[in-house]
Design a binder for this molecule. Structure first.
Ligand SMILES: Nc1ncnc2c1ncn2[C@@H]1O[C@H](COP(=O)(O)OP(=O)(O)OP(=O)(O)O)[C@@H](O)[C@H]1O
Ligand SMILES: [Mg+2]
Length: 281
């Protein structure tokens, strides 16, 4: 199977307002396979958003290569195809709405690339259904909740034909209900429609739901693995300015105090089960 995303030796250097060079990404290599759900975590300024922007050619490498389904972002003729293949969802739901009616907003992308009207109608229907927003198709987007607006943004990428969606802290501005809606929507699209997901978040509880977690620090990939592998590394995460999930921290402290607990406890349920075991007859 060919990777959807293949990043090799990627370096990104920004030149800031004072003309100083900032190396935001330094020799990043990674592959993401079709149908994977990958979370990216890392402290502020570690390069997450810069990496996200490379995945649909909003930025181009200073060094190295980014390939989407084999298409190099450095080759200009690939640009439209790359942008259709990889959808982007950003943090601020209000910045992503372009039309005054939900269904027009979702239709905007395919209209722009000249998809025939009949086909657009079908794509909009399917996309709204996939994010559970059909009931709101004739609503004004600015009256929706943050979570609903983000779901409209996700529908927009689906209507464009993306089967890979990169989300850069999509829940940062949402309340707990909105956060659950977005993560739930993405997990469902991943499981049921095999959408490949790259999900940047600073909520560890969200990253825990991914197939793989990539930890970034100072423009590099520090370590990666399953949520269990990554979130068991409590001390290393703390050194990077990240907090392990509460259950992992409690298990870590209990072990330090001499409790014999199994390795790899990261969820509340796993911790509860391990503790209950200690009290059982
Ligand atoms: N347009 C820019 N010009 C100059 N430097 C930039 C620019 N954008 C980002 N940087 C710098 O590049 C580095 C990586 O930034 P980036 O936004 O990718 O990090 P991030 O992990 O997304 O951070 P956050 O968690 O705050 O969103 C930081 O040092 C940042 O200051
Ligand atoms: Mg960012």
């Amino acid at each position: 199977m060919e990777p959807v995303i293949e990043v090799s030796g990627l370096k990104h250097v920004y030149t800031d307002a004072e003309n100083t060079q900032v190396t935001a990404l330094d020799n990043i290599s990674l592959q993401i396979m079709p149908g994977e759900f990958v979370a990216v975590i890392g402290a502020n300024g570690s390069g997450k958003s810069t990496l996200a922007r490379h995945l649909n050619a909003l930025l181009l490498p200073t060094e190295g290569h980014v390939k989407i389904k084999g298409m190099d972002t450095l080759e200009e003729e690939n640009l439209w195809s790359i942008r259709q293949n990889v959808g982007m969802v950003f943090q601020n739901p209000d910045n992503q709405i372009v039309a005054a009616i939900v269904e027009e907003d979702v239709a905007f992308g395919p209209e722009n690339i000249g998809v025939p009207a009949e086909e657009i109608r079908k794509r909009v229907d399917d996309a709204l259904a996939a994010v559970d927003m059909t009931a709101y198709r004739n609503h004004a987007p600015h009256l929706l909740s943050g979570g609903q607006k983000q779901r409209v943004a996700i529908a927009g990428t689906l209507a464009l034909g993306s089967d890979c969606i990169v989300l850069d802290e999509p829940t940062a501005m949402l309340d707990p209900k909105g956060r659950r809606e977005i993560l739930g929507t993405m997990l469902c699209l991943n499981k049921e429609k095999s959408i490949t997901v790259v999900y940047i978040t600073h909520f560890m509880t969200e990253a825990m739901q991914a197939d793989r977690v990539i930890v970034m620090s100072e423009g590099k990939i520090c370590f990666q693995g399953t949520p269990k592998e990554v979130f068991s590394r409590v001390t290393e995460l703390e050194k990077l300015g990240l907090e392990a999930p509460l259950a992992a921290k409690v298990a870590f402290e209990l072990r330090k105090s001499g409790a014999r607990l199994p390795e790899g406890i990261i969820s509340n349920e796993e911790l509860a089960e391990a503790l209950a075991g200690a009290f059982r007859e």
